[in-house]
Design a protein. Structure first.
Length: 253
């Protein structure tokens, strides 16, 4: 089972206060990793850390705005002080739907800041740490089915997730010979704080479940977290530059 565990390794998870980031942090802790949980909300981070510790894991809260390069650098430096930093998950993300013809530029910029800039800053800082220490590792970005397809009213979100997947593949190729794997997990709709308002709309929910998803059901946060764990572990040692879809068959139509 050693290829499936992260014993002795330290992981950074951004966006760890809620949703998929929190689920990923919990799952990596279950795999044996010491987890540094990063997000803007200190209260949510503290709750996530308490949950991990209550389950017997080791975790630390590090409030940070991961769109800020200096704060990301401080996050990575703090992680290096705590242990053997070998894993990072970039789960910070947001969405502001709207029609393209009058989509606010401030929303466009906000999505690229959180979904792309923050992911790149984290990947760059963790990659630099691994390269400097000549240490192999695994970086997992969070994409979406929208990184492969389009969807009405999601022009900015689709653009950011396509960007994340391109970045993931480029970093994987650049760092492969240094033993650094870079992959993405691309889930379908999951019930999280970000999606709950949309999924309460019966028409939207019906379209997703009846017309878009061959499985006829949403993915769960646990299923997404399991995919993250696989890519973080040595069991995925020959997997890099890959986008692992947890999308209920959405992109197989």
């Amino acid at each position: 089972m050693s290829d499936w565990t992260l014993e002795g390794r330290l992981a950074i998870v951004t966006g760890a206060g809620r949703g998929l980031g929190r689920a990923a942090a919990l799952e990596l802790a279950r795999a044996g990793a010491e987890v540094v949980c990063a997000a803007r909300s200190a209260d949510e981070l503290d709750a996530a850390v308490r949950e991990i510790r209550a389950a017997g894991g080791v975790a630390h809260a590090h409030p940070a705005d991961v769109t800020d390069a200096d704060q990301v650098a401080a996050l990575v430096a703090a992680a290096e002080e705590l242990g053997d930093l070998r894993v990072a998950v970039t789960a910070a993300g947001t969405n502001r739907p709207g029609p393209a013809r009058d989509y606010p530029l401030e929303d466009w910029d906000a999505l690229f800041d959180v979904n792309v800039r923050a992911a790149f800053l984290t990947c760059r800082a963790v990659g630099a740490s691994l390269l400097r220490r000549a240490s192999g590792g695994s970086i997992v970005t969070l994409s979406s089915q929208m990184g492969s397809v389009g969807y009405p009213g999601r022009v900015a979100y689709c653009a950011t997730k396509h960007a994340v997947e391109g970045m993931t593949k480029a970093l994987a190729v650049e760092w492969a010979r240094d033993g650094i794997r870079v992959n993405a997990v691309a889930p379908t709709f999951v019930e999280t704080p970000m999606t709950e308002a949309w999924l309460r709309d019966p028409a939207f929910r019906d379209e997703i479940l009846e017309r878009r998803l061959p499985t006829g059901r949403l993915a769960t946060v646990a299923e997404v977290a399991h995919a993250v764990r696989y890519l973080a572990c040595d069991a995925a040692g020959s997997t890099t530059g890959h986008v692992l879809k947890v999308d209920g068959g959405w992109t197989a139509w």
